[in-house]
Design a protein around this ligand. Structure first.
Ligand SMILES: NC(=O)c1ccc[n+]([C@@H]2O[C@H](COP(=O)([O-])OP(=O)(O)OC[C@H]3O[C@@H](n4cnc5c(N)ncnc54)[C@H](O)[C@@H]3O)[C@@H](O)[C@H]2O)c1
Length: 334
């Protein structure tokens, strides 16, 4: 990857991170604190079932202002967006199953709130740059692999549809109101500081918990479906590059990796790394099977060519670092 100078990109900037106490948001905050003099505000609702955790900013909390608030609250957002140079817009829910059980909460957070945040920017801070975290769920099942940005969008669940709308509001406001916006379509992201309370926000971290407890890892079907995984530091870097580079304005980029791995193999890698845990193949639960996307991995060539980003952490390295983190900090995540 090209060398990126985070200090040059963010020194003296006012940066707002929605969902800033979550997994990806807190990782961005850590980079900004360590490498720049950015003035940072986090907004997070800390709704218990989601990924927000005050321990995620342990040791850096003095360097930022934390606002426990909900992005659905328009008055709060109208005030908070003022004077910000950059917004990392990462507050969202990513559970596919929950989005089917409770579609209106998913709609309110991933779609309606996105529009109200953009309206807040249009009225109170049209010079801001805003980066949205979209999802590979916008594509649904792959018509071809690897999936590039030209692939049709036909989501298999409510979460994918709401993210698609949330993303396109950003692009629309870029095009019509010149509010500079970029969307990154994230694939499976894993690493330290992901919530470990349930499996609804991604299976890799959940597999790590089960193996750390020496439990069975349930693999649905034969587990042969392939997925790609980005280490959270690489994702944070992509978000920062997209925020800083005006070439990204109005653009949508996939993230991804060159190492697609099957679900069963990822479980085997975790078990091998930990020296414990075991796989149990089980029938696919019907509610999950109906929204399953099977083989999916992304082509990240566009962001590589246009912005110079590529993932730099191998799966083997990322798994080691993630496991070490949870061994040291288990009590804050279990
Ligand atoms: N982790 C992944 O694999 C992945 C993949 C695709 C997209 N994404 C998207 O990236 C973003 C960040 O994901 P993450 O993995 O860090 O998840 P996370 O749950 O750890 O972080 C999201 C944060 O948003 C906060 N939040 C949720 N609803 C809120 C609301 N209404 N108001 C204020 N704060 C709210 C949560 O408390 C949480 O801290 C999300 O929008 C997610 O949909 C993540």
């Amino acid at each position: 990857m090209r060398e990126f100078d985070i200090a040059k990109m963010f020194d003296h900037k006012n940066v707002l991170i929605t969902g800033g106490l979550g997994f990806i948001g807190s990782t961005v905050a850590r980079y900004l604190v360590q490498k720049s003099s950015a003035r940072i505000v986090l907004v997070d609702s800390l709704i218990p079932d989601y990924g927000g955790n005050l321990f995620n900013i342990n040791g850096i909390e003095e360097r930022m202002h934390v606002n426990i608030a909900d992005v659905r609250d328009e008055n709060t957002m109208n005030n908070i967006v003022k004077k910000q140079d950059v917004i990392f817009n990462l507050a969202g829910t990513s559970s596919h199953v929950d989005s089917m059980k409770d579609p209106f909460t998913d709609l309110d957070i991933n779609c309606r709130s996105q529009l109200s945040i953009l309206e807040a920017c249009r009225k109170h801070n049209p010079n801001v740059k805003i980066v949205f975290s979209g999802t590979r769920g916008e594509y649904g099942r792959a018509d071809y692999l690897p999936v590039d940005e030209k692939h049709p969008l036909h989501p298999t669940d409510v979460n994918g549809i709401n993210n698609m709308a949330g993303e396109w509001y950003h692009i629309l406001y870029n095009n019509v109101y010149d509010i500079r916006a970029t969307s990154l379509r994230l694939t499976n992201t894993y690493g330290p500081r992901h919530q470990m309370k349930h499996s609804k926000q991604g299976f890799l971290n959940w597999f790590i918990r089960l193996a750390m407890e020496d439990k069975e890892i349930p693999i649905y079907g034969d587990g042969a479906q392939k997925r790609d995984f980005n280490f959270v530091d690489d994702v944070a870097m992509a978000l920062m590059i997209a925020a800083a580079d005006d070439k990204a304005n109005g653009r949508i980029y996939n993230l991804g990796t060159l190492e697609p791995v099957s679900v069963a193999d990822i479980a085997r890698m975790i078990i091998k790394e930990l020296g414990q845990g075991r796989i149990k193949f089980v029938p696919f639960p019907e509610d999950k099977k109906r929204i399953e996307i099977w083989d999916f991995y992304s082509d990240y060539g566009k962001i590589k060519d246009e912005l110079g980003w590529k993932p730099s952490t191998s799966l083997a390295r990322g798994l080691k670092d993630t496991i070490r983190f949870y061994k040291n900090n288990k009590e804050h995540y279990w």
